[in-house]
Design a protein around this ligand. Structure first.
Ligand SMILES: NC(=O)c1ccc[n+]([C@@H]2O[C@H](COP(=O)([O-])OP(=O)(O)OC[C@H]3O[C@@H](n4cnc5c(N)ncnc54)[C@H](OP(=O)(O)O)[C@@H]3O)[C@@H](O)[C@H]2O)c1
Length: 247
């Protein structure tokens, strides 16, 4: 039986690692990204290795598109899909965002408002099918506590996690599963050149964890696993002390 997944932000290193694994599991794919023709060699390689159907879809999250029509348009042009994977995100420049409204908006919209909007329409579509399906969205451990070094990005990812929690609660009585992914540091273009990184994981390890968690119908995934405990400690530091830390 063929299944299809729509991956939004498919040029991301994590998305590509996940696309390889999904195709190997028998999923046909719709790879949505901005400047999507750049994905042609990747898509051709996937088709060759796995024999799966791979479509490319032009997708700019900040464009003023008719998002409500996105799932039906994808279905019309590429076929019905059962899994929506939201991967796009933007770390941005925290210092710049503190003084520049355009950077503030770009971080908040790319990581929270647009994901919430797109996920809402994907949820409506998947629920309407009345069949087994799912949504996977990539948040971040940065969303677990506000820190001076990245609170624009962190608060947007934190908002996304709350949104997904509500969506999961709404869809719990349906066959649509919602998985929230909270990676720690991952070796991708987003983190390249940043200082102070530790316990950096490969995109492939993270993708393997995501697929396993989805197949097990897990609700929230920290990846790699130890970030659950690191964040548990960080979340429990009293605010009186936490506010003085240089984090
Ligand atoms: N790397 C980490 O340490 C880490 C940790 C925690 C969470 N995450 C999250 O993991 C997800 C994947 O990131 P990554 O690490 O794989 O980094 P990445 O390779 O830099 O991927 C980010 C992707 O988001 C896409 N994107 C950004 N703004 C967009 C927009 N307006 N419209 C469409 N696409 C847009 C980028 O597209 P272009 O290629 O066209 O620029 C890029 O492909 C993100 O949500 C990120 O926040 C990453």
């Amino acid at each position: 039986m063929s299944r299809r997944a729509l991956i939004l932000g498919a040029k991301s290193a994590i998305a590509q690692a996940l696309a390889r694994r999904l195709a190997a599991e028998g999923y046909d794919l719709v790879l949505a990204a901005r400047q999507s023709p750049q994905l042609q060699p990747f898509a051709a390689d996937l088709r060759l290795r796995t024999g799966r159907e791979v479509h490319l879809w032009e997708f700019e999250a900040l464009a003023g598109e008719a998002w409500a029509e996105l799932p039906e348009r994808v279905q019309q042009e590429c076929g019905e899909f059962e899994l929506g994977v939201l991967v796009f995100g933007y770390l941005g420049d925290q210092r710049l965002a503190q003084v520049d409204s355009a950077e503030m908006e770009r971080i908040l919209h790319t990581n929270f408002t647009r994901p919430a909007l797109v996920l809402s329409h994907l949820a409506r579509y998947l629920e309407g099918r009345g069949k087994v399906g799912g949504l996977i969205a990539i948040g971040s451990v940065a969303g677990d506590r506000g820190r001076q070094s990245n609170y624009f990005y962190g608060s947007a990812k934190g908002g996304l996690a709350l949104f997904l929690q509500g969506l999961r609660n709404r869809l719990a009585a349906t066959p649509v599963h919602v998985l929230t992914v909270k990676p720690g540091f991952v070796d991708t273009p987003m983190t390249r050149g940043l200082e102070g990184l530790f316990l950096v994981a490969s995109p492939d390890r993270v993708a393997g964890d995501i697929l396993r968690a989805y197949q097990r119908r897990q609700d929230i995934l920290y990846t790699p696993w130890f970030w659950r405990y690191i964040m548990l400690i960080i979340k429990h530091i009293p605010e009186r002390l936490f506010k003085r830390l240089k984090l």
